[in-house]
Design a protein around this ligand. Sequence first.
Ligand code: DX5
Ligand code: ZN
Length: 212
Amino acid sequence: MSGVIISPSILSADFANLERDIKLVENAGADWLHIDVMDGHFVPNITIGVPVVDSIKKIASVPLDVHLMIENPEKYIEAFAKAGADILTFHYEAVKDIKEIIKLIKSFGVKAGMSIKPKTEPDVVLPYLDNLDLLLVMTVEPGFGGQKFMPDCAEKIKFIKQHCHSDLIIQVDGGINAETARICTSNGANSLVAGSYIYKSDNVADAIKSLR
Ligand code: DX5
Ligand code: ZN
Protein backbone atom coordinates (compact mmCIF):
# COMPACT_ATOMS: atom_id res chain seq x y z
CA MET A 1 0.00 0.00 0.00
CA SER A 2 1.42 3.38 -0.93
CA GLY A 3 0.84 6.55 1.02
CA VAL A 4 -0.47 6.84 4.53
CA ILE A 5 -2.59 4.11 6.12
CA ILE A 6 -5.57 5.64 7.93
CA SER A 7 -6.92 3.52 10.77
CA PRO A 8 -10.00 5.07 12.42
CA SER A 9 -10.34 4.08 16.07
CA ILE A 10 -13.78 2.69 16.78
CA LEU A 11 -13.31 3.67 20.43
CA SER A 12 -15.06 6.89 19.42
CA ALA A 13 -17.89 5.06 17.60
CA ASP A 14 -21.36 4.48 19.04
CA PHE A 15 -21.11 0.90 20.34
CA ALA A 16 -24.88 0.47 20.05
CA ASN A 17 -24.53 1.23 16.34
CA LEU A 18 -21.15 -0.29 15.67
CA GLU A 19 -21.88 -1.74 12.23
CA ARG A 20 -23.30 1.61 11.06
CA ASP A 21 -20.23 3.44 12.39
CA ILE A 22 -17.83 0.93 10.83
CA LYS A 23 -19.50 1.26 7.41
CA LEU A 24 -19.39 5.04 7.85
CA VAL A 25 -15.58 5.09 8.00
CA GLU A 26 -15.12 2.31 5.44
CA ASN A 27 -17.25 4.21 2.91
CA ALA A 28 -15.28 7.35 3.72
CA GLY A 29 -11.98 5.74 2.72
CA ALA A 30 -10.60 4.11 5.89
CA ASP A 31 -7.77 1.69 5.11
CA TRP A 32 -7.95 -0.28 8.38
CA LEU A 33 -10.13 -0.37 11.50
CA HIS A 34 -8.31 0.30 14.76
CA ILE A 35 -9.74 -1.71 17.67
CA ASP A 36 -8.62 -0.72 21.17
CA VAL A 37 -8.59 -3.61 23.64
CA MET A 38 -8.18 -2.50 27.27
CA ASP A 39 -8.19 -4.65 30.38
CA GLY A 40 -8.48 -2.26 33.32
CA HIS A 41 -4.97 -3.32 34.47
CA PHE A 42 -2.43 -2.21 31.88
CA VAL A 43 -4.57 0.88 31.41
CA PRO A 44 -7.27 2.26 33.72
CA ASN A 45 -10.13 1.55 31.32
CA ILE A 46 -12.01 -1.47 29.99
CA THR A 47 -13.24 -1.68 26.42
CA ILE A 48 -13.80 -4.66 24.17
CA GLY A 49 -12.61 -8.24 23.88
CA VAL A 50 -12.42 -11.28 21.61
CA PRO A 51 -16.18 -11.82 20.93
CA VAL A 52 -16.58 -8.26 19.66
CA VAL A 53 -13.59 -8.62 17.32
CA ASP A 54 -15.11 -11.87 16.10
CA SER A 55 -18.41 -10.12 15.30
CA ILE A 56 -16.70 -7.14 13.66
CA LYS A 57 -14.75 -9.52 11.41
CA LYS A 58 -18.02 -10.79 9.95
CA ILE A 59 -19.11 -7.36 8.74
CA ALA A 60 -15.84 -5.47 8.13
CA SER A 61 -14.33 -5.16 4.67
CA VAL A 62 -10.96 -3.68 5.70
CA PRO A 63 -8.16 -5.23 7.83
CA LEU A 64 -8.59 -5.24 11.60
CA ASP A 65 -5.78 -3.42 13.40
CA VAL A 66 -6.04 -4.62 16.99
CA HIS A 67 -4.23 -2.61 19.68
CA LEU A 68 -3.80 -4.69 22.84
CA MET A 69 -3.49 -2.49 25.91
CA ILE A 70 -3.52 -5.48 28.22
CA GLU A 71 -1.25 -7.30 30.64
CA ASN A 72 0.03 -10.75 29.59
CA PRO A 73 -0.98 -10.24 25.94
CA GLU A 74 0.70 -13.54 25.00
CA LYS A 75 -2.23 -15.36 26.64
CA TYR A 76 -4.71 -13.85 24.20
CA ILE A 77 -2.84 -13.82 20.89
CA GLU A 78 -4.32 -17.08 19.64
CA ALA A 79 -7.88 -16.01 20.49
CA PHE A 80 -7.57 -12.62 18.80
CA ALA A 81 -5.87 -14.17 15.77
CA LYS A 82 -8.67 -16.70 15.41
CA ALA A 83 -11.27 -13.96 15.88
CA GLY A 84 -9.85 -12.32 12.74
CA ALA A 85 -7.24 -9.75 13.73
CA ASP A 86 -5.02 -8.88 10.76
CA ILE A 87 -2.53 -6.87 12.80
CA LEU A 88 -1.90 -7.53 16.50
CA THR A 89 -0.04 -4.81 18.38
CA PHE A 90 1.10 -5.50 21.94
CA HIS A 91 2.81 -3.10 24.35
CA TYR A 92 6.56 -3.31 24.94
CA GLU A 93 5.90 -2.49 28.61
CA ALA A 94 3.58 -5.49 29.06
CA VAL A 95 5.77 -8.31 27.74
CA LYS A 96 8.82 -10.18 29.09
CA ASP A 97 9.79 -12.27 26.08
CA ILE A 98 9.27 -9.98 23.13
CA LYS A 99 10.89 -12.15 20.44
CA GLU A 100 8.67 -15.02 21.56
CA ILE A 101 5.40 -13.07 21.31
CA ILE A 102 6.36 -11.74 17.86
CA LYS A 103 6.97 -15.32 16.74
CA LEU A 104 3.63 -16.37 18.23
CA ILE A 105 1.71 -13.61 16.43
CA LYS A 106 3.36 -14.44 13.10
CA SER A 107 2.67 -18.17 13.55
CA PHE A 108 -1.00 -17.36 12.95
CA GLY A 109 -0.24 -15.44 9.76
CA VAL A 110 -0.97 -12.13 11.50
CA LYS A 111 1.17 -8.97 11.21
CA ALA A 112 3.11 -8.24 14.40
CA GLY A 113 3.11 -4.78 15.93
CA MET A 114 4.71 -3.41 19.08
CA SER A 115 3.78 -0.17 20.82
CA ILE A 116 5.64 2.13 23.21
CA LYS A 117 4.03 4.47 25.74
CA PRO A 118 5.01 8.16 25.90
CA LYS A 119 7.53 7.67 28.70
CA THR A 120 9.30 4.73 27.05
CA GLU A 121 12.59 5.59 25.34
CA PRO A 122 12.66 4.71 21.65
CA ASP A 123 16.02 2.89 21.74
CA VAL A 124 14.44 -0.07 23.56
CA VAL A 125 12.77 -1.10 20.30
CA LEU A 126 16.00 -1.45 18.32
CA PRO A 127 16.61 -5.18 18.98
CA TYR A 128 13.13 -6.02 17.63
CA LEU A 129 12.66 -3.76 14.62
CA ASP A 130 13.82 -6.37 12.11
CA ASN A 131 11.19 -8.80 13.34
CA LEU A 132 8.29 -6.38 13.50
CA ASP A 133 5.81 -5.38 10.80
CA LEU A 134 4.59 -2.31 12.69
CA LEU A 135 5.83 -0.03 15.44
CA LEU A 136 3.22 2.09 17.20
CA VAL A 137 4.40 5.28 18.86
CA MET A 138 1.75 6.38 21.38
CA THR A 139 1.28 10.13 21.28
CA VAL A 140 -0.93 10.16 24.41
CA GLU A 141 -0.96 8.00 27.56
CA PRO A 142 -2.97 4.96 26.47
CA GLY A 143 -6.39 4.45 28.04
CA PHE A 144 -8.79 7.03 26.64
CA GLY A 145 -9.79 8.74 23.43
CA GLY A 146 -9.98 12.50 23.06
CA GLN A 147 -6.68 13.42 24.75
CA LYS A 148 -4.20 16.05 23.65
CA PHE A 149 -1.29 15.09 21.35
CA MET A 150 2.11 15.05 23.09
CA PRO A 151 4.58 16.72 20.68
CA ASP A 152 7.66 15.22 22.40
CA CYS A 153 6.55 11.78 21.29
CA ALA A 154 6.77 12.77 17.64
CA GLU A 155 10.56 13.08 18.02
CA LYS A 156 10.70 9.33 18.55
CA ILE A 157 9.32 8.72 15.07
CA LYS A 158 12.41 10.23 13.47
CA PHE A 159 14.71 8.04 15.54
CA ILE A 160 12.79 4.90 14.63
CA LYS A 161 12.64 5.87 10.96
CA GLN A 162 16.44 6.20 10.92
CA HIS A 163 16.94 2.71 12.32
CA CYS A 164 14.22 0.59 10.75
CA HIS A 165 13.86 -1.56 7.65
CA SER A 166 12.07 0.04 4.74
CA ASP A 167 8.89 -2.05 5.10
CA LEU A 168 8.24 -1.20 8.75
CA ILE A 169 4.93 0.57 9.25
CA ILE A 170 5.37 3.42 11.73
CA GLN A 171 2.02 4.17 13.31
CA VAL A 172 0.95 6.95 15.70
CA ASP A 173 -2.07 6.95 18.00
CA GLY A 174 -3.51 9.64 20.24
CA GLY A 175 -4.61 13.21 19.59
CA ILE A 176 -4.23 12.89 15.82
CA ASN A 177 -5.94 15.58 13.72
CA ALA A 178 -5.02 17.27 10.42
CA GLU A 179 -2.38 19.39 12.12
CA THR A 180 -0.71 16.76 14.34
CA ALA A 181 -0.90 14.23 11.49
CA ARG A 182 1.34 16.51 9.45
CA ILE A 183 3.92 16.63 12.25
CA CYS A 184 3.94 12.84 12.44
CA THR A 185 4.09 12.11 8.72
CA SER A 186 6.84 14.67 8.17
CA ASN A 187 8.83 12.80 10.85
CA GLY A 188 8.29 9.49 9.05
CA ALA A 189 5.01 8.03 10.28
CA ASN A 190 3.02 6.22 7.58
CA SER A 191 0.00 5.04 9.54
CA LEU A 192 -2.33 7.28 11.50
CA VAL A 193 -4.88 6.22 14.09
CA ALA A 194 -7.60 8.75 14.81
CA GLY A 195 -10.72 8.34 16.89
CA SER A 196 -12.39 11.53 18.02
CA TYR A 197 -11.10 13.62 15.10
CA ILE A 198 -12.82 11.34 12.60
CA TYR A 199 -15.95 10.36 14.49
CA LYS A 200 -16.72 13.79 15.87
CA SER A 201 -16.36 15.52 12.52
CA ASP A 202 -19.37 16.60 10.46
CA ASN A 203 -17.91 15.05 7.34
CA VAL A 204 -16.00 11.85 7.95
CA ALA A 205 -14.69 11.56 4.38
CA ASP A 206 -13.28 15.09 4.52
CA ALA A 207 -11.71 14.36 7.91
CA ILE A 208 -9.98 11.25 6.55
CA LYS A 209 -8.84 13.14 3.45
CA SER A 210 -7.42 15.92 5.61
CA LEU A 211 -5.18 13.39 7.40
CA ARG A 212 -3.54 12.11 4.20
C1 DX5 B 1 -5.98 5.48 23.33
C2 DX5 B 1 -6.27 4.59 22.15
C3 DX5 B 1 -6.55 5.33 20.91
C4 DX5 B 1 -7.73 6.26 20.96
C5 DX5 B 1 -7.33 7.49 20.19
O1 DX5 B 1 -5.43 4.72 24.35
O2 DX5 B 1 -5.18 3.73 21.89
O3 DX5 B 1 -6.62 4.49 19.77
O4 DX5 B 1 -8.92 5.76 20.40
O5 DX5 B 1 -8.31 8.44 20.32
P1 DX5 B 1 -8.12 9.94 19.80
O6 DX5 B 1 -7.83 9.87 18.34
O7 DX5 B 1 -9.43 10.55 20.13
O8 DX5 B 1 -6.97 10.53 20.58
ZN1 ZN C 1 -5.18 2.60 19.98
